[in-house]
Design a protein around this ligand. Structure first.
Ligand code: CA
Length: 446
């Protein structure tokens, strides 16, 4: 079932953590995303599990240990607090526990909390500036979909002008298995990959650093509860298997991709790096920003029955704004602010994240807690809504002018890509997904 809007989404809720009440913060008390972090000053200490509010991280383990939570939550988590207080432990539980935890967090962080609670809980707060974020989950598997029909049509029309969209597209949420080992957290530098380039169709391919390095603006989502091998996840139950969302940059080397992708799809063009944001915004926090599934053209087929759920059609979509910015080395040197490349929205995806997950498990494939799924590049119908350079520059033929006087067809060394996500709706508090950043370093040997 999709989470309902409740008192934790009340726009009038405020926190005694003052920075959470800043109208521009991504992390008001209505959000409370999960994260894992280390104290930057003591990097040898292990990971801590936290929840972000304003410019602070709440140390979840310490919060459990001081006993501020309800009896109900302590009973649910039992003796095994150190284990259960991990994000994995909370995610791999039924939906009820996450909801109880959210209510408890809101209670102890709200401005209505009594002085004693505030005093004790403030001992569990760490300034964001003092932490280094780590991967929010241990990611066992990563799958990338291709669910924006605008992206698929644009890319298809560059390669197959007469037949941009293949006949399976409106039936199958297309995806491929990505690589989990090369997923990195926001802020990690990305080394330009080498690969086979066959831009000269008359000559054999050359093994050189990629000349057309690109980003892809995607929404990621984490599996909460998994499913046993040989079982599937019905569309009517899929939401309780989704823990929350993050931002994903699926770095892509277009020259490597163009040569290698047939017949088995993406491989080395994609698996050298994927960057994710460190904050997992829970499905309950997103409740006010749910929307209907993509409205199909009258002559489009309806989803097959196993992908067609009443509630999924009504509320399975997500209204999340996604923005991409670039800052080149020259822009940094000249103190020029990052330049916006695109703004798109996940409500334009042809398939909902629930349909993606149900489809993924529909053959009996077992999904596991912490598995990362990504939607594929989120592009909209307008030119300003294209979520990668391949589309924005039309395969490099229409370069982008930057405020520094530079032009870009694809990414140059020193370029930083900054992705942001946020939700806004009349009558509700704005919440954000934070940032997902990465800077391109020269290829080895360069
Ligand atoms: Ca992708």
């Amino acid at each position: 079932m999709i989470y309902e809007i409740n008192e934790t989404h009340d726009p009038n809720l405020k926190s005694w953590v003052e920075s959470a009440n800043d109208p521009n913060t991504d992390f008001p008390i209505q959000n409370l995303p999960f994260c894992q972090y280390r104290l930057s000053a003591s990097p040898d200490r292990g990971y801590e599990h936290g929840v972000v509010i304003g410019d602070k991280v709440v140390d979840l383990y310490r919060l459990f240990a001081i006993g501020t939570f309800s009896r109900e939550l302590h009973i649910e988590l039992g003796e095994d607090i150190t284990c259960s207080a991990t994000v994995d432990g909370i995610a791999d539980n039924d939906k009820n526990l996450i909801a109880i935890l959210r209510r408890n967090l809101v209670r102890v962080l709200s401005e209505d909390a009594d002085a004693l609670t505030r005093d004790r809980v403030s001992g569990c707060l760490v300034p964001i500036g003092d932490v280094t974020f780590e991967m929010p989950f241990w990611i066992g598997d990563y799958t990338d979909f291709y669910c924006s029909i605008y992206h698929a049509t644009n890319v298809g029309s560059m390669f197959r002008p007469d037949n941009p969209l293949l006949p399976n597209y409106k039936y199958v949420p297309i995806g491929y298995h990505g690589r989990a080992s090369s997923i990195v957290i926001s802020g990690t530098d990305i080394k330009r990959p080498h690969g086979q380039n066959r831009s000269d169709a008359e000559a054999p391919p050359k093994f050189i650093p990629s000349k057309s390095l690109d980003y892809e603006m995607e929404l990621g989502f984490f599996v909460g509860q998994g499913n046993e091998l040989g079982t599937s996840i019905p569309i009517s139950e899929v939401e309780q298997h989704i823990f929350g969302v993050c931002l994903v940059n699926d770095w892509s080397a277009r020259d490597i991709q163009a040569w290698e992708y047939q017949p088995l799809g993406p491989f080395l063009a994609k698996n050298f790096a994927t960057t994710i944001s460190p904050y997992v915004v829970t499905m309950e926090a997103l409740a006010p920003f749910r929307t209907k599934a993509f409205e199909r053209d009258a002559d489009d087929p309806q989803p097959l029955d196993y992908l067609n759920g009443e509630q999924n059609q009504k509320l399975g979509g997500l209204d999340i704004n996604l923005e991409v910015y670039i800052q080149t080395e020259k822009m940094r040197a000249e103190n020029i602010e990052p330049h916006m490349l695109s703004r798109s929205n996940t409500k334009d995806l042809y398939w909902t994240i629930g349909q993606m997950l149900t489809h993924h498990a529909s053959n009996g494939c077992n999904l596991q807690t912490g598995d990362l799924m990504a939607t594929g590049t989120v592009s909209g119908p307008e030119k300003s809504e294209r979520g990668c350079l391949l589309e924005l520059t039309w395969r490099g033929t229409e370069p982008i002018d930057l405020p520094s006087g530079e032009q870009r067809r694809f990414l140059e060394d020193g370029d930083e890509i900054i992705m942001k996500g946020f939700c806004e709706r009349e009558g509700f508090r704005r919440i954000g997904l934070g940032e997902c950043c990465g800077k391109i370093l020269p290829a080895w040997g360069s």
